[in-house]
Design a protein around this ligand. Sequence first.
Ligand code: GLA
Length: 690
Amino acid sequence: MLEIAENGRTWLLSGPLSSYAVHLTGDDELLHLHWGPRIALADAEALAARPLPDHSSFESPLDGREEYPVEGGPRFVRPALSVRTDERRGTEWGFEAYETEGDELRLRFRDAGAAVTLHYRMRDDVVERWVTLDNQGPAPLELLRADSATWTLPDRDGWRLSQLHGRWAAESRLTQSYLTYGEKVIGSRRGHTGHQHLPWVALDTDATEERGEVYGCALGWSGSWRIAVAQLPDARVQITGGAGHDDSGLLRLAAGESFTTPVFAGLWSDGGFGGASRAWHAYQRTYVIPEADRDRPVLFNSWEATHFDISEERQRALARRAAAIGVELFVVDDGWFGARTGERAGLGDWTPNPDRFPAGLKPLADDVHALGMQFGIWVEPEMVNPDSDLYRAHPDWVQYQTGRKRTELRHQLVLNLAREDVQEYLWERLDTLLTSAPIDYVKWDFNRSFTDAGWPGEAYPQRLWVDHVHALYALLDRLRAAHPGVAFESCSGGGGRIDLGIMSRTDQVWTSDNTDPLDRLSIQHGFSQVHPARVMAAWVTDSPNVQLNGRVSSLRFRFVSAMAGVLGVGGDLTRWTEEELAEARDWVGLYKEIRPLVQHGDLYRLRPPQGGLSAVQYVRGDEAVVLACLQAQRYGEPVPALRLRGLDPTASYECRETGEVHRGAVLLHHGLRTGLHGDLDATVIRLRRI
Ligand code: GLA
């Protein structure tokens, strides 16, 4: 809902529980008024009437209060917008008009030759913000920095920052620290979202898992990005973020050109971290993820089973076993195309390897379909191995600098997707591939960061950072439109490209190359702070763990850990015993029963994965399911009962595992006993209201 004051200078957006308000002063300064619990327009107007504090000649009353601080004039904070022409640097804007379209509010400002429009849209309790810049000429305009939004927090003591940090095979781990004066900057200067930080922050002062105010912001951009959290000299806190890592130039806009920033979404919740996560999840399922109401199938992926050692026969053997345990989608990973028999060759040549698939992918795809499963393949379209037909034909299609070394990582170079010929090549290849065989699913990988982001011959080469992302999005959009039955997974060596931007055009994400079920609990705990289980792919792989650490764990523990997301199986099924396959079939069957709750229900994190007992609970309608994992039982101490959430205290619930009937109030206040003991034990408990 959008309300506008009579004088047309105060705007109030409200969701079911929260409000967001801004005000334009008589001097055309746009001030932030409110972000928090729902308020009335009269409250916003009362806030607007409060005078700005006194200040010395060394301070600016705008700092910490402005809605979108630009460079120039009496401002000393990090600018969200920094532009220059040959004559001037910075912005001195005047208000032009506001517009509304549907539920979107636009505030339009104008500086000499340039229009800056701030966009707002409230979706439930998530405020979506973005900015458009139009160069109205005549001179070219360089965008040094154009953030999507600056978020202003209310005056409070002791702000604490939560963030999700990581690296390859160790993504999205939650860490918290108190802010001090100055700035905390997170981001990526790698050309993709990166494993190092998810583009999300949360700020609170005293929230717990289920109580207290939490402010969160998440950016929808799959290239380099930056979020800066600043505690200013008067202790006020602002968060500013957008595309690009530095302020050294994003794009040059010729007269008549415009740039739209990605969306930076903000959420206020007073339901603690759990309430904030549930609101983020609901927002993404409703507004971001394509067809989120559809179940994601249980998949098998060949990577850990065969690595590059791909043959039709071996894949068929795996497929038969996968089908027998209830898998619904069979994915052939890396190694099916070009000369790709190892890491060193073939990337770029997206035709089936003639020795491995002499009649193309269709025979295998048909067999997989005959087994009752969908068929998927792995691709890494943005890359090329120097040892490939593509690179031999077009050495200038990669990112490179004249006369400099072309840095190889994993023996591969990054294609310059900003080039139209590269875009057309990839479209043609992938469209042909998807037409050549009945392919239902594409795992889209990206296995190295940008290093030599040059574009010889281009007048403003650094535009490729932004253009690459736009080209990727356009290619995905075009392929999805042409092949509407095909689902896409975003992968970047695991979780190196997970953000609201890529999520709006893919069906799920590969959370991490780390498939160790114990490490996964922490990775999934962090991931769930912002993103829903509906997109969080998780595989059961072999024990001892092949990919990472050799940890030995039971099939039970591996399945329960992976069932908290979109279940997959990635072990070498040809080496699993009959007993293991039978057990796996039971787990897959159980997952299919609880899938509607996991993929579409509300998540409650009952206990975090720190040492002992951890558990998540999903609730949907009259049903609940608890997935509990015991890492280690120490000192022979009894394992604590799990206090459940989201149940009706006046109702009774039947446990599907034991047939026992529990009273809701007892489960909520005294907890459910899990029966777990020892090390690496795990269980699934289903409850139904009676
Ligand atoms: C990346 C992915 C893996 C696998 C390999 C194949 O590392 O994250 O799952 O697909 O590439 O090369």
